[in-house]
Design a protein around this ligand. Structure first.
Ligand SMILES: [Zn+2]
Length: 258
Protein backbone atom coordinates (compact mmCIF):
# COMPACT_ATOMS: atom_id res chain seq x y z
CA UNK A 1 0.00 0.00 0.00
CA UNK A 2 1.22 3.49 -0.81
CA UNK A 3 2.63 5.44 2.13
CA UNK A 4 0.28 7.99 3.62
CA UNK A 5 1.14 11.68 3.27
CA UNK A 6 1.99 11.67 7.00
CA UNK A 7 4.49 8.81 6.44
CA UNK A 8 6.03 10.52 3.41
CA UNK A 9 6.36 13.83 5.26
CA UNK A 10 7.84 12.16 8.32
CA UNK A 11 10.47 10.42 6.15
CA UNK A 12 11.27 13.70 4.37
CA UNK A 13 11.67 15.45 7.73
CA UNK A 14 14.11 12.84 9.03
CA UNK A 15 16.07 12.83 5.76
CA UNK A 16 16.36 16.63 5.70
CA UNK A 17 17.37 16.61 9.37
CA UNK A 18 19.94 13.79 9.07
CA UNK A 19 23.26 15.06 10.51
CA UNK A 20 25.26 14.16 7.36
CA UNK A 21 23.13 16.56 5.26
CA UNK A 22 24.02 19.51 7.53
CA UNK A 23 20.74 21.21 6.60
CA UNK A 24 19.33 21.74 10.11
CA UNK A 25 20.32 21.27 13.75
CA UNK A 26 18.24 21.44 16.94
CA UNK A 27 14.84 23.01 16.17
CA UNK A 28 15.85 24.50 12.81
CA UNK A 29 13.68 24.10 9.72
CA UNK A 30 10.19 22.80 9.08
CA UNK A 31 8.26 20.70 6.57
CA UNK A 32 4.68 20.56 5.35
CA UNK A 33 2.41 18.68 2.94
CA UNK A 34 -1.08 19.02 1.53
CA UNK A 35 -3.54 16.38 2.68
CA UNK A 36 -6.67 15.28 0.84
CA UNK A 37 -8.06 17.77 -1.65
CA UNK A 38 -6.00 20.63 -0.18
CA UNK A 39 -8.33 22.08 2.46
CA UNK A 40 -5.83 21.08 5.14
CA UNK A 41 -2.12 20.43 5.48
CA UNK A 42 0.33 18.88 7.92
CA UNK A 43 3.16 20.98 9.34
CA UNK A 44 5.94 20.28 11.85
CA UNK A 45 5.13 21.28 15.42
CA UNK A 46 7.08 24.15 16.98
CA UNK A 47 10.12 23.13 19.04
CA UNK A 48 10.52 19.68 17.47
CA UNK A 49 13.56 18.44 15.53
CA UNK A 50 13.46 17.60 11.80
CA UNK A 51 15.80 14.64 12.17
CA UNK A 52 13.95 13.10 15.12
CA UNK A 53 10.35 13.96 14.20
CA UNK A 54 7.65 11.57 15.43
CA UNK A 55 4.28 11.00 13.67
CA UNK A 56 2.39 12.80 16.44
CA UNK A 57 4.53 15.92 15.96
CA UNK A 58 2.88 16.85 12.66
CA UNK A 59 -0.02 19.24 13.25
CA UNK A 60 -3.00 19.41 10.89
CA UNK A 61 -3.97 23.00 9.98
CA UNK A 62 -6.75 24.64 7.98
CA UNK A 63 -5.27 26.01 4.74
CA UNK A 64 -7.89 28.68 4.00
CA UNK A 65 -7.74 30.07 7.55
CA UNK A 66 -3.93 30.33 7.37
CA UNK A 67 -4.06 32.08 3.98
CA UNK A 68 -6.65 34.54 5.32
CA UNK A 69 -4.14 35.52 8.04
CA UNK A 70 -1.41 35.94 5.39
CA UNK A 71 -3.71 38.23 3.36
CA UNK A 72 -4.99 40.07 6.45
CA UNK A 73 -3.56 42.90 8.58
CA UNK A 74 -0.35 42.65 10.65
CA UNK A 75 -0.75 41.07 14.09
CA UNK A 76 0.94 41.49 17.48
CA UNK A 77 3.03 38.55 18.78
CA UNK A 78 0.18 37.64 21.14
CA UNK A 79 -2.37 37.69 18.32
CA UNK A 80 -0.08 35.43 16.24
CA UNK A 81 -0.02 32.93 19.13
CA UNK A 82 -3.83 32.96 19.14
CA UNK A 83 -3.90 32.58 15.35
CA UNK A 84 -1.61 29.53 15.51
CA UNK A 85 -4.10 27.97 17.95
CA UNK A 86 -7.07 28.94 15.76
CA UNK A 87 -5.81 27.31 12.57
CA UNK A 88 -5.41 23.84 14.12
CA UNK A 89 -7.99 21.39 12.76
CA UNK A 90 -8.00 19.55 16.11
CA UNK A 91 -8.07 22.13 18.93
CA UNK A 92 -7.52 19.38 21.52
CA UNK A 93 -4.01 18.80 20.07
CA UNK A 94 -1.67 20.41 22.63
CA UNK A 95 1.16 20.99 20.15
CA UNK A 96 1.62 24.38 18.55
CA UNK A 97 2.26 24.41 14.79
CA UNK A 98 5.54 25.98 13.62
CA UNK A 99 5.71 29.78 13.60
CA UNK A 100 6.30 29.39 9.83
CA UNK A 101 2.92 27.66 9.35
CA UNK A 102 1.60 30.72 7.48
CA UNK A 103 4.52 30.62 5.05
CA UNK A 104 3.87 26.91 4.39
CA UNK A 105 0.16 27.58 3.78
CA UNK A 106 0.99 30.31 1.25
CA UNK A 107 3.43 28.05 -0.63
CA UNK A 108 1.18 24.96 -0.60
CA UNK A 109 -1.44 27.12 -2.35
CA UNK A 110 0.83 27.58 -5.39
CA UNK A 111 0.27 25.63 -8.58
CA UNK A 112 1.58 22.04 -8.33
CA UNK A 113 3.09 22.33 -4.82
CA UNK A 114 2.22 19.42 -2.49
CA UNK A 115 5.33 19.30 -0.25
CA UNK A 116 7.55 22.06 1.17
CA UNK A 117 10.87 21.71 2.98
CA UNK A 118 12.45 24.70 4.74
CA UNK A 119 16.00 24.24 6.06
CA UNK A 120 19.09 26.23 7.08
CA UNK A 121 21.88 24.36 5.20
CA UNK A 122 25.34 25.56 6.28
CA UNK A 123 26.58 25.56 2.66
CA UNK A 124 23.59 27.63 1.47
CA UNK A 125 23.74 30.06 4.39
CA UNK A 126 27.40 30.78 3.62
CA UNK A 127 25.89 32.58 0.60
CA UNK A 128 22.59 33.90 2.04
CA UNK A 129 24.53 35.52 4.91
CA UNK A 130 27.01 37.33 2.67
CA UNK A 131 27.39 39.83 -0.13
CA UNK A 132 26.91 37.19 -2.85
CA UNK A 133 23.25 36.52 -1.97
CA UNK A 134 21.93 37.77 -5.31
CA UNK A 135 24.17 35.36 -7.25
CA UNK A 136 21.86 32.57 -6.02
CA UNK A 137 19.47 33.37 -8.90
CA UNK A 138 22.24 32.35 -11.35
CA UNK A 139 22.88 28.83 -12.59
CA UNK A 140 26.35 27.29 -12.47
CA UNK A 141 25.86 23.83 -14.07
CA UNK A 142 23.17 22.00 -16.12
CA UNK A 143 21.91 19.55 -13.46
CA UNK A 144 21.16 22.51 -11.23
CA UNK A 145 18.79 23.78 -13.95
CA UNK A 146 17.16 20.36 -14.33
CA UNK A 147 16.49 19.86 -10.62
CA UNK A 148 16.22 23.40 -9.19
CA UNK A 149 14.66 25.20 -12.18
CA UNK A 150 15.93 28.04 -14.38
CA UNK A 151 16.33 30.53 -11.52
CA UNK A 152 15.37 31.11 -7.89
CA UNK A 153 13.17 33.48 -5.93
CA UNK A 154 15.00 35.69 -3.41
CA UNK A 155 13.49 37.15 -0.23
CA UNK A 156 15.13 40.00 1.74
CA UNK A 157 15.54 39.57 5.51
CA UNK A 158 12.21 39.96 7.31
CA UNK A 159 10.86 38.96 10.70
CA UNK A 160 9.82 35.27 10.93
CA UNK A 161 6.09 34.55 11.04
CA UNK A 162 3.48 36.56 9.14
CA UNK A 163 5.92 39.15 7.64
CA UNK A 164 8.06 36.31 6.24
CA UNK A 165 4.97 34.48 4.93
CA UNK A 166 3.92 37.60 3.01
CA UNK A 167 7.40 38.29 1.64
CA UNK A 168 7.81 34.67 0.50
CA UNK A 169 4.37 34.65 -1.14
CA UNK A 170 5.16 37.90 -2.99
CA UNK A 171 8.55 36.61 -4.19
CA UNK A 172 6.97 33.35 -5.45
CA UNK A 173 4.20 35.20 -7.30
CA UNK A 174 6.75 37.54 -8.91
CA UNK A 175 8.81 34.51 -10.00
CA UNK A 176 5.69 32.89 -11.53
CA UNK A 177 5.00 36.10 -13.45
CA UNK A 178 8.58 36.25 -14.78
CA UNK A 179 9.19 32.59 -15.59
CA UNK A 180 5.65 31.31 -16.17
CA UNK A 181 6.21 28.46 -13.69
CA UNK A 182 6.21 27.90 -9.93
CA UNK A 183 9.64 28.41 -8.28
CA UNK A 184 11.30 25.26 -6.93
CA UNK A 185 13.90 27.14 -4.88
CA UNK A 186 13.52 30.19 -2.63
CA UNK A 187 16.46 31.73 -0.74
CA UNK A 188 15.90 33.81 2.40
CA UNK A 189 18.49 36.49 3.17
CA UNK A 190 20.50 35.75 6.33
CA UNK A 191 18.16 32.86 7.11
CA UNK A 192 17.86 29.82 4.84
CA UNK A 193 16.32 27.89 2.01
CA UNK A 194 12.93 26.56 0.84
CA UNK A 195 12.36 23.69 -1.62
CA UNK A 196 8.91 23.33 -3.21
CA UNK A 197 7.86 20.06 -4.83
CA UNK A 198 5.05 17.92 -6.13
CA UNK A 199 6.39 15.03 -4.02
CA UNK A 200 8.53 14.48 -0.92
CA UNK A 201 11.22 12.98 -3.17
CA UNK A 202 11.33 16.10 -5.30
CA UNK A 203 11.77 18.34 -2.22
CA UNK A 204 14.67 16.20 -1.01
CA UNK A 205 16.36 16.21 -4.42
CA UNK A 206 15.96 19.96 -4.83
CA UNK A 207 17.49 20.51 -1.38
CA UNK A 208 20.42 18.19 -2.12
CA UNK A 209 21.10 19.86 -5.47
CA UNK A 210 20.81 23.38 -3.98
CA UNK A 211 23.37 22.44 -1.31
CA UNK A 212 25.72 21.10 -3.98
CA UNK A 213 25.24 24.21 -6.15
CA UNK A 214 25.97 26.43 -3.14
CA UNK A 215 29.22 24.53 -2.50
CA UNK A 216 30.24 24.82 -6.16
CA UNK A 217 29.44 28.55 -6.23
CA UNK A 218 31.27 29.20 -2.95
CA UNK A 219 34.27 27.23 -4.30
CA UNK A 220 34.29 29.17 -7.56
CA UNK A 221 34.10 32.45 -5.60
CA UNK A 222 36.92 31.34 -3.31
CA UNK A 223 39.38 30.55 -6.10
CA UNK A 224 38.40 33.16 -8.67
CA UNK A 225 35.39 34.49 -10.51
CA UNK A 226 32.41 32.18 -11.16
CA UNK A 227 31.21 31.90 -14.75
CA UNK A 228 27.45 31.45 -14.91
CA UNK A 229 25.44 29.69 -17.61
CA UNK A 230 23.96 32.21 -20.05
CA UNK A 231 20.19 32.75 -20.23
CA UNK A 232 20.24 30.94 -23.58
CA UNK A 233 22.08 27.92 -22.13
CA UNK A 234 19.69 27.80 -19.16
CA UNK A 235 16.62 28.04 -21.43
CA UNK A 236 18.00 25.26 -23.65
CA UNK A 237 18.47 22.87 -20.68
CA UNK A 238 15.13 23.85 -19.10
CA UNK A 239 13.30 23.21 -22.36
CA UNK A 240 14.83 19.85 -23.34
CA UNK A 241 12.35 16.96 -23.44
CA UNK A 242 14.99 14.39 -22.42
CA UNK A 243 15.81 16.47 -19.33
CA UNK A 244 12.11 16.71 -18.39
CA UNK A 245 11.92 12.92 -18.66
CA UNK A 246 15.02 12.49 -16.49
CA UNK A 247 13.58 14.87 -13.92
CA UNK A 248 10.27 12.95 -13.71
CA UNK A 249 12.02 9.59 -13.32
CA UNK A 250 14.34 11.05 -10.67
CA UNK A 251 11.46 12.51 -8.66
CA UNK A 252 9.64 9.16 -8.50
CA UNK A 253 6.15 9.03 -6.94
CA UNK A 254 4.39 8.64 -10.28
CA UNK A 255 6.69 11.14 -11.92
CA UNK A 256 4.96 14.21 -10.51
CA UNK A 257 7.24 17.24 -10.60
CA UNK A 258 6.87 20.98 -10.65
ZN1 LIG B 1 14.00 29.10 9.15
Amino acid sequence: MADSVRDQLLRLSRQLGAPERDCAILGEGNVSAVIGAGAAFLVKASGTQLGLLEPGQLVECDAAMCRAYVDGPGLSDGAVDDALRDVKVDPSNDLRPSVETFMHAALLGLDGVSFVGHTHPTAVNALTCGEHFEKLTERVFPDQVVVCGPSSALVPYVDPGLPLARAVRDAAVEYQRRFDETPRTIYLKSHGFIALGASAEQVLQITDMAVKAARVLAGALAIGRPEFLSDKQVARIAGRGDEHYRQRVLAGAGGRTL
